[in-house]
Write a new protein. Structure first.
Length: 160
């Protein structure tokens, strides 16, 4: 008999790290003017239209992010869209959680981290991500979600 989480259909986790709760007012030339609430609403509508569940979490706390990734495994989450924000440079714990659960993820940054301070260019996540989207402001989330949906839908058929 199928587990209930399986019958609920595929799901995607949108995980945002520290200070991304401030989107909308946080350095708009770098990060744009969309609020996180608006981004999450837009992505939830896209996911719903595709028959996929989207779960969203923004946290300023590393341990909360690690716990959420571990929970994602137990919940049967099929894909993660991650903006690690400042954890990009500091969180071996979050990277280890992602490699431990083996849930594929796309790394998103609103700004182009290669066009900023040199220390922002090296991400702990890029080498273990399926791919990265940089510098497209909030559109990067939409592109990552589209990829995640296609990937979940083609799972087992050798697609995306
Ligand atoms: C960011 C880029 C990081 O360098 C920064 O620490 C952030 C946001 C981005 O989305 O462009 O908090 O991840």
């Amino acid at each position: 008999m199928a587990k209930s989480r399986t019958s609920a259909g595929p799901s995607i986790l949108l995980l945002n790290g520290p200070n991304l709760n401030l989107l909308g007012t946080r350095e708009p030339p770098l990060y744009g003017r969309d609020t996180l609430a608006a981004i999450e609403k837009r992505l939830a509508a896209t996911a719903k239209a595709s028959g996929v569940r989207l779960e969203c979490l923004q946290t300023n706390h590393e341990g909360v992010a690690v716990d959420r990734v571990q929970q994602a495994k137990r919940d049967g989450v099929g894909f993660i869209v991650l903006n690690p924000a400042a954890f990009t440079y500091s969180s071996i714990a979050l990277r280890d959680a992602l490699t431990a659960v083996q849930i594929p993820f796309v790394e998103v940054h609103l700004s182009n981290i290669h066009a900023r301070e040199p220390w922002r260019a090296h991400s702990h996540f890029t080498a273990v991500a399926v791919g990265s989207i940089l510098g497209l402001r909030s559109r990067g989330y939409d592109l990552a979600l589209d990829f995640a949906i296609a990937r979940l839908k083609s799972k087992g058929s050798g697609g995306a």
